[in-house]
Write a protein that binds this ligand. Structure first.
Ligand code: NI
Length: 208
């Protein structure tokens, strides 16, 4: 009898825990530290198929970008921290490559799809590069693509209504022409550093 009571209390505890976890506001299942560890040490594959909508409202999948090197960054348009700096570096790197830069596609994937509609993304990506593609989707699609890229994101309570905040990983991912993951640039990588890594990859693939 006591054992039964113990088992049912235990099962009840698990159910309560599961319910609390489901109701708790969270975006990614894994912590920022865990995902950073995964990416930094290449512990798990990064990347994979996605189905999203671009800043013109057109459905786009990863397959649409085959044949180009991809620079992929996850963030949100209201971000006042890392996003503008890293997107600027990405864009400057593409320009510094000159004509060879045409073989590089910069992508910006929002982690705040409720606010970052295609229209919102359109105005934002055009601030950085004329060829940058902004991608959004429904919350589940965004969770899926973030999961595939081992990207952490979580909404924080805004300090002010005008200052919404989403914590997020700030790596720039580099994918090859077949969509295979090559590596990442840490936050704050300069355009020149990005160029020096990308240029040999373009040359070896015969793009120059
Ligand atoms: Ni940001």
């Amino acid at each position: 009898m006591r054992k039964v009571r113990f088992v049912s209390a235990f099962a009840g505890g698990i159910l309560l825990g599961a319910a609390a976890w489901l109701l708790w506001p969270h975006e990614t299942e894994r912590s920022a530290a865990e995902l950073m560890d995964v990416v930094m040490w290449g512990k798990e594959p990064v990347g994979g198929p996605f189905a999203l909508v671009d800043h013109t409202g057109r459905p786009r999948t990863d397959a649409d970008f085959r044949g180009k090197l991809l620079l992929i960054y996850f963030g949100f348009t209201y971000c006042a921290d890392a996003c503008p700096i890293d997107l600027q570096s990405m864009s400057a790197a593409v320009d510094k490559l000159g004509p060879a830069g045409d073989a590089v596609q910069p992508l910006f994937i929002t982690v705040d799809p409720e606010k970052d509609t295609p229209e919102q993304l359109k105005a934002y990506v055009s601030l950085f590069h004329p060829r940058m593609v902004g991608l959004t989707g429904d919350p589940q699609q965004i969770r899926n693509v973030a999961k595939a890229y081992k990207v952490y994101f979580a909404k924080r309570e805004p300090l002010q209504a005008t200052n919404p905040n989403v914590d997020h990983s700030s790596f720039i991912f580099l994918m090859d022409r077949e969509g295979k993951y090559l590596g990442f640039f840490p936050p704050g990588t300069s355009a020149d550093q990005i160029v020096s890594v990308i240029r040999p990859k373009l040359a070896s693939a015969g793009a120059l």
